[in-house]
Write a protein that binds this ligand. Structure first.
Ligand SMILES: Cc1cc2nc3c(=O)[nH]c(=O)nc-3n(C[C@H](O)[C@H](O)[C@H](O)COP(=O)(O)O)c2cc1C
Length: 291
């Protein structure tokens, strides 16, 4: 599904949230490649496929973001990737997974991107996508050429230098139970896969993903940030549960890296696991590694 000349791990390390763009439209060849990639997307791991589109932007679009519950200041974005879907089980996870594959593809074309979570349902973005009454747009992504030639390299350097502020391994990845961090040696071939999950973008950089290895299974859990999704402000603004979108993004980084490294596996939902255990993060899904 993901076919570029650059290794996936390199693309993931190059990506960062770009908030200042060259205002010129995206060059036609890159625009066409991005559009073709979007048109050829398969459904996400839960079998759902939101509809996505690449929209050219006007100056007013960037300005209108401020009133839509997003944070940060986006300057001169020449285009936006928008997506919408009728809510269903696991739709936010599939939305996150597929939008992130588009973002990584855009990164491989040397384009800057930034996820923007907010309430877009009544926005000009929704109008342009002809949003249906039962559809929701949980997030959009700004996309365009970098404002300065060195910007991409700088993003890469700050990722590698760790200045992107990620939680340490021992807070994110475990063996058998949450009390036991897994070491990179114990993770074996999957250490590089977990490294790439750690570099995933997440709403407000909360990094809510937790992964517990159990035998041949890598179990994905959501450690909610207290008061975040169901906070008063988000409720008032009708903002989607963005931490579920974050989980889909983590699944995307995990699966794409595993495939790139020749590690096979399938997504399974283990019926035997309680979804909302007491004093534990929420269980979502497991990757069953296969020989
Ligand atoms: C679902 C989601 C929503 C986000 N919303 C915003 C936003 O509204 N404004 C913004 O500037 N960044 C937003 N971000 C970007 C995060 O702040 C960013 O990914 C995180 O701080 C890590 O930095 P990095 O992407 O440069 O690695 C969002 C990211 C995700 C995954």
């Amino acid at each position: 599904m993901f076919n570029t000349n650059l290794p996936t791990t390199e693309i993931i390390q190059q990506r960062f949230s770009c908030r200042v763009y060259n205002p010129e439209p995206i060059p036609a060849d890159k625009r066409q490649q991005l559009q073709a990639f979007i048109a050829g997307l398969s459904p996400g791991p839960f079998g759902l496929k939101p509809r996505f589109d690449l929209l050219a932007a006007t100056q007013e679009d960037s300005q209108s973001l401020r009133g839509l519950g997003t944070y940060g200041f986006i300057k001169n974005a020449p285009a936006f990737i928008v997506g919408a879907m009728t809510p269903a089980d696991f739709w936010l996870e599939d939305f996150g997974y597929l939008m992130e594959t588009i973002i990584l593809y855009a990164t491989s074309l040397a384009l800057g991107t930034c996820w923007l979570g907010g309430t877009f349902t009544k926005s000009r973005f929704a109008q342009k996508l002809h949003l249906a009454a039962d559809e929701v747009m949980p997030a959009i992504t700004s996309v365009g050429e970098f404002a300065a030639p060195g910007q991409m390299r700088q993003g890469q350097i700050s990722q590698i230098a760790g200045s992107h502020h990620r939680l340490p391994w021992e807070v994110l990845f475990f063996k058998d139970q949450l009390q036991t961090p897994i070491s990179p040696e114990e993770a074996g071939d999957y250490a590089a896969v977990l490294d790439m999950v750690r570099l995933a973008p997440s709403a407000s950089n909360k990094q809510p993903w937790r992964i517990i290895k159990h035998r041949d299974l890598w179990r994905f859990y959501l450690q909610r940030t207290p008061g975040y999704a169901k906070g008063v402000l988000n409720k008032l603004l009708d903002i989607s549960d963005l931490q579920r979108v974050d989980m889909g993004i983590a699944m995307c980084h995990f699966e794409l890296t595993a495939h790139a490294l020749g590690l096979n596996g399938v997504w399974v939902i283990e019926d035997s696991i309680e979804k909302y255990p007491e004093e534990m993060p929420e269980y979502l899904v497991s990757w069953r590694s296969q020989p």
